[in-house]
Design a protein around this ligand. Structure first.
Ligand SMILES: Nc1ncnc2c1ncn2[C@@H]1O[C@H](COP(=O)(O)OP(=O)(O)O)[C@@H](O)[C@H]1O
Ligand SMILES: [Mg+2]
Length: 206
């Protein structure tokens, strides 16, 4: 049976004003779900609530033990002296199940191959272009083959070839049964998704 993520009546506010209003939705495994909406509609906030980074003001969110969140611009790693390979390897450090060193190395190699970044493995992350970093963060998200993969605008700043590769990877992840929820405003990514959830000013519409 495919896994499902759900939210029920979730509201959230950064300060006084709500940015999410009683959001209810379900996201099924085995398919790609696009989360769309204008800038400021609440997509990033919603992903962080599902990932447990932010706590809702009210409502319920299903807990998922095996979830990876690929942020658009993670700020911390860029200021740390880490290589691309080390950033991908961070995706293998999860509570509970620990991979052996050999298994982790194989998984990291494979993830780097999938995003076509093997040749940059030993470069400092800070030396990579924005698009290359984006691919490294995608590799970090898929390295453990998580049960749920949440992505915040993973194709922003990528050239056509790289965004097509990203789309192919999302398809492969969905195909193995993962929940794939991707915030995006790229028309192509939306067309290729199996399902679309649209946010307008913090409300699910359509
Ligand atoms: N850290 C923050 N503090 C205060 N307001 C925020 C913060 N992050 C986002 N917001 C506000 O919350 C709303 C939703 O933002 P966001 O979830 O980033 O939308 P999207 O990802 O769809 O562009 C916007 O009005 C934004 O200005
Ligand atoms: Mg956003």
């Amino acid at each position: 049976m495919p896994e499902v993520l759900f939210l029920n009546g979730v509201s959230f506010a950064y300060a006084e004003t709500d940015v999410l209003h009683e959001v209810s939705l379900a996201v099924r495994g085995g398919e790609i779900t696009a989360l769309t909406g204008h800038n400021g509609s609440g997509k990033s906030t919603l992903l962080e609530i599902i990932a447990g980074v932010l706590k809702p003001k009210c409502g319920t969110v299903s807990q998922h033990e095996d979830l990876a969140l690929v942020l658009q611009r993670p700020s911390a790693p860029e200021s740390l002296p880490l290589t691309a390979r080390e950033v991908v390897a961070m995706g293998t450090w999860k509570r509970g199940a620990r991979l052996s060193r050999a298994a982790a190395r194989t998984a990291v190699d494979r993830a780097l191959e999938r995003v076509d970044m093997s040749q940059y493995a030993n470069r400092p992350l800070a030396d990579l272009s924005g698009g290359q970093r984006q691919r490294i963060f995608l590799a970090q998200g898929i390295v453990r083959q998580p049960g749920a993969l949440l992505l915040d605008e993973p194709a922003t700043g990528l050239d056509r070839m790289s965004s097509a590769r990203t789309q192919k990877i999302l398809r492969e992840e969905a195909h193995r049964g993962a929940i794939v929820l991707c915030a995006t405003h790229h028309d192509e990514a939306i067309e290729q998704a199996d399902r679309t959830i649209r946010l307008e000013e913090g409300r699910v519409v359509g």
